[in-house]
Design a protein around this ligand. Sequence first.
Ligand code: PXG
Length: 433
Amino acid sequence: MQAYWMPFTSNRHFKSAPRMLVSADGMYYRDDLDRQILDGCAGLWCVNAGHNRQPIVEAIQKQAATLDYAPPFQIGHPKAFEAAEQLAAMAPAGLSKVFFVNSGSEAADTALKMAIAYHRVRGDAARVKLVGRERGYHGVNFGGISVGGIAGNRKLFPVSLPAVDHIKSTHDLARNAFSRGEPEFGAELADELEARITTLHDPSTIAAVIVEPMAGSTGVLIPPKGYLKRLREICDKYGILLIFDEVITGFGRLGADWAANRFDVLPDIITCAKGLTNGVVPMGALLIKPEIHDAFMAAAADRAIEFPHGYTYSAHPLACAAAIATLDVYRQEGLFGRAATLAPRFEDKVHALRGERHIKDIRNLGLVAGIELESRPGAPGARGMDVFLKCWEKGVLVRFTGDIIACSPPLIISEQEIDTLFSVIGEAIHETE
Ligand code: PXG
């Protein structure tokens, strides 16, 4: 066990009592003790169509045996174009260009670079500043942690892109605790973008604002009613690009294809990853307004590279094959609609936990729920981890961040499995000191 330094893991604790998954099918994992484990978080918010889906498995197998790798610069392969067409066809109307990357972190950094470069190619080179949000998560690369707002992910790396600011988080337990769906209070928090940020920085220096429409990693923070529309209005007023990081919210998670459609707010760029390939092969993408793409095309000389950016594994053939097959499964099985249909039961079951010890908030939207626990005095995060470990012992996989338990099951979950998921979480909380 010693060679593998595990990511975002308490390595010493893990290696003293390992938790090992060895196979997966449908809604369930199996561990090395041959126990069945209900997947309450779609792996890590990504396996939206459930595990071991044959059309996806077969597409990858076939692709590996046909064209295993193709260099993505100055050369193409058919699956890259097909995957982009399919994804654009599924994108919110108005986002018709696709740029592929390999993860959500790469998607965020690519979007930030694209935003700055977009203004530059239009001759607006003063727009270099980026605005994120407190408690936001945009992956772990330097751009992402600069605009991100999760303190624990930044404190060991106290360097940042220089021209960055953050708006306030929308988290407001005093006014919104135990909201079902979008909370009532907090749309005015978007006004800080105008009142403080544009005043302080001069709006003509701001390139982009990036937010998760629903903040996932930080512990499921649902946007207050009207908040995202207000952000859009302010960005429009000052010529600032709006980027939605839909790495979690894309592909049906909120009971709609995209959060942009769920909230009826069209950003200039969407970043996505995770559910794009059902988590089976790493892949991310940007969905982009054509005006942005066209500005790059218009600005570059003949035969010049319009956007000098990309990765060895951009549009990897296996990832493209997985994406095409995954989007097909979503469409064929109507999984986004299924998420919407299941959402009321999911909401009722999670809110039925209200009153259980330690619980100070429950929030939900689509097939996402967050259960926030009181922290143990002097030991923030300890109770959350204990609940996670108890759920694991009881055969349910959930996610925890600090003292918040997050659930985001595959969209194929059954009603009975929803009941099991929340009854096990309830028991685990009840048994936790
Ligand atoms: N943006 C968002 C909104 C994410 O949720 C990323 C970017 C980064 O994606 P990659 O593929 O680079 O990991 C994410 C990833 C959690 C958790 O605990 C969530 C993520 C990653 C790790 C843990 O909820 N989301």
